[in-house]
Design a protein around this ligand. Structure first.
Ligand SMILES: [Fe+2]
Ligand SMILES: [Fe+2]
Length: 228
């Protein structure tokens, strides 16, 4: 897969990229993801809101952590055995650790940004929706990904690509539904140190949506690599 499709670190017309997303169909989600998205609509409302994308980002970190953890354990299994270690298995595991670490951090910055925005706007979800529910959902999502990764890594990369495709579309629709966000200057304690500064809330939402597109493409590229 071409490196040109990735958007991070590039100066792009964010509104044109938003149009591209909205003109592209979402990847189809499996039953696990459909259940998760339905639960989120029931629990947090069908509309797109800052607290809802915050919960999405809390969840989004976990597949990457599951890959990092799963690949680490795979290396331990390989090197604790007495047989020769196949180079391809090692390279796959090292790549999954790298992918996991990089994207996990990026999702973490997304989470910090939305938490900061919620705080600035004095939006509070309460203990049940802000603490208990995301914790339970992340537990389930992490272990499902972890099991899939153990049984067949391609399953977990495919599932993650569909999750990211959903996230990309949610962000671009969120920006589309709120043209007033384009007149709202945005500031965050996390800009510059962890995340590229954006001028408006609308652009921040689009930029995060593009990160999700990159995550999706990385996962799809990994599915292809594992099929080689
Ligand atoms: Fe994200
Ligand atoms: Fe993502």
């Amino acid at each position: 897969m071409s490196q040109n499709i990735y958007t991070m670190g590039k100066e792009l017309d964010l509104k044109a990229e938003q149009e591209k997303t909205l003109a592209t169909p979402k990847l189809s989600a499996n039953a696990i993801l459909r259940m998760m998205f339905l639960s989120m609509d029931i629990l947090y409302g069908k509309g797109r809101t800052l607290p809802k994308v915050l919960v999405l980002e809390i969840l989004a970190r976990y597949p990457y952590w599951a890959w990092e953890n799963g690949a680490y354990k795979k290396l331990s299994r390989l090197y604790c055995g007495t047989r020769a270690v196949p180079e391809k298995s090692v390279r796959d595991a090292l790549r999954h650790i790298d992918m996991g670490r990089e994207a996990q951090d990026n999702e973490q910055w997304h989470m910090l940004l939305w938490a900061d925005m919620c705080q600035q706007k004095n939006i509070r979800l309460g203990w049940f929706k802000h603490f208990l529910l995301p914790r339970k959902m992340t537990f389930v999502y992490y272990y499902l990904t972890r099991i899939m990764y153990r049984l067949n890594p391609r399953w977990s990369f495919k599932m993650n690509a569909a999750f990211e495709s959903h996230a990309e579309h949610e962000y671009m629709r969120f920006a589309q539904e709120h043209p007033e966000f384009d007149d709202e200057p945005v500031e965050s304690i996390w800009f510059d140190e962890f995340y590229p500064r954006q001028k408006t809330l609308g652009d921040l939402i689009r930029r995060v949506g593009l990160d999700e597109r990159d995550h999706m493409n990385h996962s799809l590229a990994e599915v292809e690599r594992l099929c080689e």
